[in-house]
Design a protein around this ligand. Structure first.
Ligand code: AMP
Length: 104
């Protein structure tokens, strides 16, 4: 999507250092970390939010969680929090689906 910052990051239009990437998602550090480790797991497909998921997108959503687990394992995180804000009233600021992975 033309005006979406996470589409631009995932597509390489905004240069970013990925912690991980594959054909379905990218993982990068949050620009304003709220924990010692604070990464965002972001699908390449522009899905504005969980509330906008279409049939088939559950595979992408599951993949994001699987990648979160793998990156946490690789980083040997003992415990962590995964969160998804949904909608303006749910605290969502960037309207491109993403999972926060946070650990102190
Ligand atoms: P949310 O409130 O769930 O939409 O969270 C959006 C998150 O994206 C916030 O934690 C921001 O700090 C983060 N963010 C916004 N722009 C960027 C960016 N260019 N690079 C990395 N993180 C960003």
């Amino acid at each position: 999507m033309a005006d979406c910052v996470f589409c631009k990051i995932a597509g390489g239009e905004i240069p970013s250092k990925f912690v991980y990437e594959d054909e379905k998602c990218v993982i990068f550090n949050d620009i304003h970390p709220k924990a010692k480790t604070h990464m965002l797991i972001v699908p390449r497909k522009h899905i504005p939010s969980i509330a906008d998921m279409e049939d088939g997108d559950e595979k992408i959503a599951g993949h994001l969680l699987h990648c979160a687990k793998n990156i946490a394992d690789n980083m040997k995180l003992k415990g962590y929090k995964l969160s998804i804000n949904v909608g303006k009233e749910g605290g969502q600021e960037v309207f491109h689906l993403h999972v926060h992975l946070m650990s102190d």
